[in-house]
Ligand binder design. Structure first.
Ligand code: OFO
Length: 171
């Protein structure tokens, strides 16, 4: 693997770790407001981001590259409400999509077919990541100031569970 690609993937490992940090912070904020379903949803999201970290981590090592972990920035800790938190999540996922696309562009430019193929999983994953956040933002906008609606959505989001990918897939 070329050094430029190794650097791009190490930067992405940092971005995925930040994603996990950000969602863990959103989780804490929701739990502290008794929005336990949303708190749990964000916690699962934080765990899923660590799966993304693991995929990039293993890929660099499998290609005989060097994993270089970097400092993780501190995420925000306050949001004006659940809508603002989920809007922040959607905005963040859009940024991640554009980062992934840039690495895909680099792989194409460098003729790195292996990395190009590897990245397709993330290209597809980002469709779901953005769609899910967008749907929750839309529902929260519909709910507005309706506390019963918020209560119901919180309950529904609390049903999300973290499932480990099949053996080997997370490595
Ligand atoms: Fe949320 O997809 Fe990784 O960062």
């Amino acid at each position: 693997m070329k050094k430029s690609m190794q650097k791009a993937i190490n930067d992405q490992i940092n971005a995925e770790l930040y994603s996990s940090y950000l969602y863990l912070s959103m989780s804490a904020w929701c739990f502290s407001r008794d929005l336990n379903g949303m708190g749990s949803w964000f916690k699962v999201q934080a765990q899923e981001e660590l799966i993304h970290v693991g995929k990039f981590f293993s890929y660099v090592l499998d290609r005989d590259g060097k994993v270089e972990l970097q400092k993780i920035d501190g995420p925000p800790t306050e949001w004006s409400g659940p809508l603002a938190a989920f809007e922040g999540a959607l905005e963040h996922e859009r940024k991640i999509t554009s980062k992934i696309n840039k690495i895909v562009d680099l792989a194409a430019k460098e003729g790195d077919h292996t990395t190009h193929t590897f990245l397709q999983w993330f290209v597809n994953e980002q469709i779901e990541e953005e769609a899910t956040a967008k749907q929750i933002v839309g529902q929260l906008r519909l709910i507005g100031d309706n506390t019963s609606g918020l209560f119901l959505l919180d309950k529904e989001l609390g049903t999300r569970v973290f499932t480990l990918p099949p053996a080997g897939a997370a490595a």
